[in-house]
Design a protein around this ligand. Structure first.
Ligand code: AMP
Ligand code: MG
Length: 407
């Protein structure tokens, strides 16, 4: 029997072949899901001014520090500052300025009294206000200029994914165009003479091509772009043809046709050009990977649907993220407790489709009937993969288990 590679060895070979894709500049509204190629630094202080965090009155703290319900302090309101006002009204002792949330605090004020702490509440306006409760201290309800970030501070870091919060932070800090990596272009190719298009009733010996749908969604979920989606028969010439057709992609992912059977077209067509290995994992033992002449990364994943899902998570997704220059290329992991027992294969690391309860901190197999890698429909129940080391042969109730979470 040939030597098995460890998961880490195979993964390291793959990642060593990945070079980040070119940088391009995109507008904020086109940047969702992209990966930053350069830090985003604040172009201005944020907030840009000392401003009010409440609707109320800008005051001198010394005027109102003794105010309470028994001895309210009346102040004359001499100006009004709605949000957006650039005014800086002067006011003297015994005076106040009405101010709305977000408006810059007048230079002469050092505290805000919210409407709620005045006799008239919202009805108090541009006449006199009676302060019923003193602010806790000077500075009360004032958001300080630069309290979030200061000019030049790094708001986002190269290698971060631009999710909703990151995009909003870039906008708040003055960004409008961002340097990001190009999205990887991916060809997804199902192989198998038994495959029929989803929606077609399979005849004897046929099965719907679910891997094409699975990989299309997984690649898209990894912020890459599927530009070729094909299903080919078990003919080596068809593999050659599709590889030629997909000349404009960064990555080709074949499913099926890589193991030791008699009609494995990916192996037959590409055994001279990419490496075919056995990896000490279950499922996913036969794996093919290589770089073809012009720089395309070619993956050959074993065809069973659970094998495809696991192989994608462990090998393909990290490569797609590394192509984007992403710093964090792994799914989140958690250490949970087994709430059921199950057997695991000897000498191979198990990736078992699992269901988790993150409140209880537990994990159990997603399918009662074992870990069959052909269980395409049962895969839908998986929220995670339980990862069991090669040297463990049985997981008992109460055992700690490392779990890869799939959102
Ligand atoms: P293979 O790796 O080609 O030997 O395929 C292993 C098993 O996975 C076989 O039972 C195939 O029918 C099944 N399979 C291969 N490709 C697909 C696919 N695209 N969709 C669903 N099942 C597949
Ligand atoms: Mg096949």
């Amino acid at each position: 029997m040939s030597e098995l590679l460890t998961v880490e060895e195979h993964r390291a070979r793959i990642l060593a072949a990945v070079n980040a894709l070119p940088v391009e500049t995109v507008r904020l509204d086109e940047a969702a899901g992209r990966t930053l190629a350069a830090d985003v630094r604040a172009r201005h202080d944020l907030p840009g001014d000392d401003n009010s965090s409440m609707d109320g009155f800008a005051v001198r703290f010394a005027d109102v520090e003794g105010a309470d319900a028994e001895s309210p302090v009346p102040l004359r309101v001499v100006a009004d500052l709605p949000a957006g006002s650039a005014d800086d009204p002067a006011f003297g002792p015994g005076e106040a300025v009405r101010i709305m949330t977000g408006a810059p605090v007048p230079t002469g004020a050092d505290a805000i009294v919210p409407f709620e702490d005045t006799a008239g509440g919202l009805a108090d306006s541009l006449g006199t206000v009676e302060v019923l409760h003193a602010p806790a201290a000077a500075g009360a309800f004032i958001r300080r200029r630069g309290g979030d970030v200061r000019t030049g501070d790094a708001v986002l870091t190269a290698g971060e994914r631009l999710g909703s919060y990151a995009l909003a932070a870039a906008a708040a800090a003055g960004g409008d165009r961002l340097e990001v990596r190009r999205r990887p272009r991916v060809a997804v190719v199902s192989t198998g003479s038994e495959l029929v298009a989803p929606g077609t009733t399979p005849g004897r010996g046929q099965t719907p091509d679910s891997n094409g749908v699975l990989l299309n969604a997984l690649v898209t979920g990894a912020d890459a772009e599927v530009t070729v989606l094909a299903s080919v028969a078990d003919e080596p010439s068809a593999i050659e043809a599709v590889l030629e057709h997909a000349s404009n992609v960064d990555v080709v992912v074949f499913s099926g046709g890589v193991s030791a059977g008699a009609y494995e077209p990916v192996r037959l067509a590409l055994s001279e050009r990419i490496a075919f290995d056995k990896v000490a994992m279950q499922p996913g033992k036969p794996q093919a990977f290589g770089v073809v002449d012009d720089g395309r990364l070619v993956f050959g994943l074993p065809g069973n649907p659970v094998s495809v899902a696991v192989s994608f998570e462990v090998f393909v997704r990290p490569a797609l993220l590394a192509l984007q220059g992403r710093t964090a290329i792994d799914r989140r992991h958690a250490r949970l407790t087994a709430s059921e027992s199950w057997r695991t294969p000897p000498g191979r690391r198990q990736y078992l489709p699992a269901v988790v309860d993150l409140v209880a901190g537990t994990v159990r197999p997603a399918t009662a009937g074992g870990s069959g890698s052909h269980l395409a429909a049962s895969l839908a129940r998986a929220e995670a993969f339980a990862i069991v080391p090669a040297e463990v042969s049985v997981v008992a109730v109460g055992d700690p288990v490392d779990v890869m979470l799939i959102p």
